[in-house]
Write a protein that binds this ligand. Structure first.
Ligand code: SF4
Ligand code: MG
Length: 329
C-alpha cells in the first residue's frame, strides 16, 4: 500500500475546549488508485488532507497509530525532512489557486524554484522542465505564461499551473482538495481530465476531496464518505454509489439533482435536514444520530458496529443490512 493511515485523529482548540475534527479514521491508497473523500463542508475532509501533508494550523494536534507514505513514517519526520518531501513525494492542490501562488513572482519563477529546491537542477534545466510541465497540462504559449504573474491568468489557467507545479518532481501521491469547485463547468471537466490522466499515466496515488458526487462517479476507484470527522461508509465506487447502505450516504446520493424529473435549477443539493455537528467530547455514538430519520434505541446508547459487506463496502451503522448482504455475513 502506498499510503496507509490508521486511527488518525485531529483536534483543534475551540473556546477553551478541544474540537475533535477528525476522529479515528483509516485510509489506504494504492499506487495508481484514486480515493474520493466525500462529504458536506465542515465534515473534516480538508483537515484530513492537511494532516496527511503535516500542514495543520497552529494549535492543532495530530495523533495516529500509523501514517505511512511508502517507506516513510510521516508522523516521525522533522519539519526539515518534511519540507523535502512535500512537493517531491507528496503534493497537494488546493481549491483556490490564488492562495497557493505568490502574487509577486512570475509563474516561471515559482515553477523553477520548486524544481530547483528539490532537485538542485540548473536554472536552464528547471526552465526546460517547467515549460515541459506547462505543456503537459495543456497550456499553450508556455514560454509566454512563464513570464506572466498569477493575476494575469484565469482561474482555470492558474489551476493548470498548480497542477504542473504539483507534478514537477513526479510525486508518488497527490492530494486534491476540491480543485475544481471554484471553476466553471467546462473548465472543471478539463481540469478533472488533466488530473485523472496525469494520475493514471504516472501510476500515482490520488486522494480527491469533493462534495460533488458527479465528480466521484467520474474519477474514483474507492470512495470514503465522511461525516462529522468520521468515515461512515467506504468501498469501491460502483458499490457505494449504486447500493449505498449508510443513511447519510443515501441522503447525499438522493440529494443530487436528477437529469430528468425536476426542472433544471429546482432540485436542491444537500437536502438532508440539519447541520454537521461539532464534537467537543469523545462521543463514540453515531455522528449522524441527530439527523438520522432511521435511528433506533441502540443508536442512542451504543457506538455503531463496523460491518463488512461482500461488495467490499464497509459501513458503520446499527441498521440491519439488506437481506442478501446479511446472509453472507
Ligand atoms: Fe442512523 Fe443509527 Fe445508523 Fe446512525 S447508527 S446512521 S443513527 S441508524
Ligand atoms: Mg474543505
Amino acid at each position: 500500500m502506498l499510503l496507509q493511515v490508521r486511527d488518525l485523529n485531529v483536534t483543534l482548540p475551540d473556546q477553551g475546549q478541544r474540537l475533535h475534527a477528525v476522529r479515528g479514521i483509516d485510509l489506504d491508497v494504492a499506487a495508481g488508485e484514486t480515493l474520493c473523500l466525500v462529504g458536506e463542508s465542515g465534515c473534516g475532509k480538508s483537515m484530513t488532507a492537511l494532516a496527511l501533508m503535516q500542514l495543520l494550523p497552529r494549535g492543532a494536534k495530530l495523533a495516529a497509530s500509523e501514517l505511512r507514505l511508502g517507506d516513510l513514517d510521516l508522523a516521525s519526520l522533522s519539519e526539515k525532512k518534511l519540507s523535502g518531501i512535500r512537493g517531491r513525494r507528496i503534493s497537494m492542490i488546493f481549491q483556490e489557486p490564488m492562495t497557493a501562488l505568490n502574487p509577486v513572482f512570475t509563474i516561471g519563477d515559482q515553477l523553477r524554484a520548486v524544481y530547483r529546491r528539490h532537485t538542485g537542477a540548473s536554472a536552464g534545466a528547471a526552465q526546460a522542465r517547467a515549460i515541459e510541465m506547462l505543456e503537459s497540462v495543456g497550456l499553450t504559449n508556455a514560454a509566454l505564461r512563464m513570464r506572466q504573474y498569477p493575476h494575469q491568468l484565469s482561474g482555470g489557467l492558474r489551476q493548470r499551473v498548480l497542477i504542473a507545479m504539483a507534478l514537477m518532481c513526479e510525486p508518488e501521491m497527490i492530494i486534491c482538495d476540491e480543485p475544481t469547485t471554484a471553476l466553471d463547468v467546462t473548465t472543471q471537466a478539463q481540469i478533472l481530465h488533466i488530473l485523472k490522466e496525469a494520475q493514471v499515466s504516472r501510476n500515482m496515488g490520488m486522494i480527491f476531496i469533493t462534495h460533488d458526487l458527479g465528480v466521484v462517479a467520474r474519477i474514483a476507484d474507492q470512495v470514503a464518505v465522511m461525516y462529522a470527522g468520521r468515515i461512515v461508509e467506504r468501498g469501491p465506487r460502483q458499490s457505494v454509489l449504486r447500493t449505498p447502505i449508510h443513511p447519510y450516504t443515501k441522503g447525499l446520493i438522493a440529494s443530487v439533482p436528477k437529469p430528468q424529473g425536476d426542472k433544471p435549477g429546482t432540485a436542491r443539493l444537500a437536502s438532508i435536514p440539519g447541520n454537521v455537528p461539532a464534537f467537543h467530547q469523545a462521543d463514540a455514538r453515531c455522528p449522524f444520530l441527530s439527523r438520522c430519520a432511521l435511528r433506533m434505541e441502540a443508536c442512542f446508547t451504543e457506538p455503531p458496529p463496523i460491518r463488512q459487506l461482500p461488495s467490499g463496502q464497509q459501513v458503520s451503522c446499527h441498521l440491519p443490512l439488506p437481506a442478501q448482504e446479511a446472509q453472507s455475513q
